[in-house]
Unconditional design. Structure first.
Length: 345
């Protein structure tokens, strides 16, 4: 888990800030299970998280989390933000946090030093927050400040607009900052489309669908598809994928699922085919465990004889899990830093 979670509550831990009082209204943005969440136990707590594995982990600890930020403005006494790695996304969350706080409310944000921590104080100053403080610990930085009576509404509006869903690639798609390759066509996905068939039929799925590039290609080149299920662990990806596929006229039944693909899927399966460009990191490059788990989930949700088409970075070794999980597999392509596999259950 990102060091932002270690650092976020350090100002309370050190005594620089008092914890929220009993009954005070607190929003924890990008929430995840962490030791510091205990400091919020007596408050009226709202949790936001779009990443399904973290939501499931919070649920297991007895918390409820929403994928979306609250809409009602000016109601919170505190907003805690574990900053993501994207600068644009962090600025968006800070600006949204400003709107959600009452005047005089406190915003606290932390980031790892190698993921924008050193920039946070500058962001607070740009927004016009007052009484700004900061501390560094656990290879991260936490910054806090109070919402003034008259914040910089222009800067707030600018950052909210820049971080909201928006048109990309000349209007071909809608996407949102924070998604993988959010404003471009990922090279691996583009390579995979060159090796996918154009005679797919029946029911299939796009695992780790992102904003819907692969799903869009499938519908545009395979008229006999009857059902397409797009699945991602990021609720924002599922939302924009649904919006993008709504623009494509195709008789297939389109379904969208927010789910952790490293875990078995409940009540879904029997697919004729699956396409997948799995993520290979969660804060750490070169981690094959996420892709391995997605491969195993794909195998469990395919019918006997069903096929998986997937692309991966060339440095990642998925051959062992493909061999152990599928009846047969073949490496269709290797080049430009990627590998394309086809596996049959």
């Amino acid at each position: 888990m990102d060091r932002a979670y270690d650092t976020l509550f350090y100002a309370i831990e050190s005594g620089s800030l008092a914890p929220p009082g009993a009954g005070q209204s607190v929003l924890f943005v990008n929430a995840a299970p962490c030791a510091g969440i205990d400091f919020l136990a007596s408050s009226k707590l709202t949790l936001q998280q779009h990443f399904k594995p973290y939501v499931d982990a919070l649920t297991a600890q007895g918390y409820e989390a929403s994928a979306d930020l609250p809409e009602t403005q000016g109601v919170f006494d505190y907003v805690f933000i574990a900053a993501p790695k994207s600068k644009q996304e962090t600025q968006y969350l800070l600006a949204r946090g400003m709107k959600l706080l009452r005047p005089g409310g406190m915003i606290i944000c932390a980031a790892a030093n190698d993921a924008g921590g050193r920039q946070l104080a500058g962001f607070f100053e740009a927004l016009g927050l007052k009484d700004i403080g900061q501390e560094s610990k656990y290879k991260g930085r936490v910054v806090w400040g109070q919402v003034p009576q008259n914040p910089d509404e222009g800067k707030i509006a600018e950052w909210i607009t820049a971080g909201s869903p928006q048109s990309i690639l000349g209007g071909r798609f809608v996407s949102v900052p924070g998604l993988f390759a959010w404003d471009k066509i990922d090279k691996g996905s583009e390579i995979l489309t060159r090796h996918m068939p154009e005679n797919l039929k029946g029911a299939g799925a796009d695992f780790c669908c992102g904003y819907g590039y692969l799903a869009s290609h499938l519908l545009q080149h395979n008229p006999a598809i009857e059902r397409l299920v797009c699945i991602d662990a990021d609720a924002r990806a599922v939302a924009v994928c649904k919006e993008n596929l709504a623009q494509i006229i195709h008789p297939a039944k389109k379904e969208f699922l927010w789910a952790d693909l490293t875990k078995p899927l409940s009540g879904i399966g029997g697919f004729d085919w699956i396409v997948m460009n799995p993520p290979f990191h969660e804060g750490k490059a070169g981690d094959v465990s996420i892709g391995q788990a997605c491969i195993q989930t794909a195998a469990k949700t395919l019918r006997p004889g069903g096929k998986l088409w997937m692309v991966s970075n060339a440095m990642l070794a998925y051959e062992t899990v493909l061999k152990s999980t599928f009846k047969r597999f073949n490496k269709e392509f290797e080049g430009q830093g990627y590998k394309v596999f086809v596996a049959e259950k």
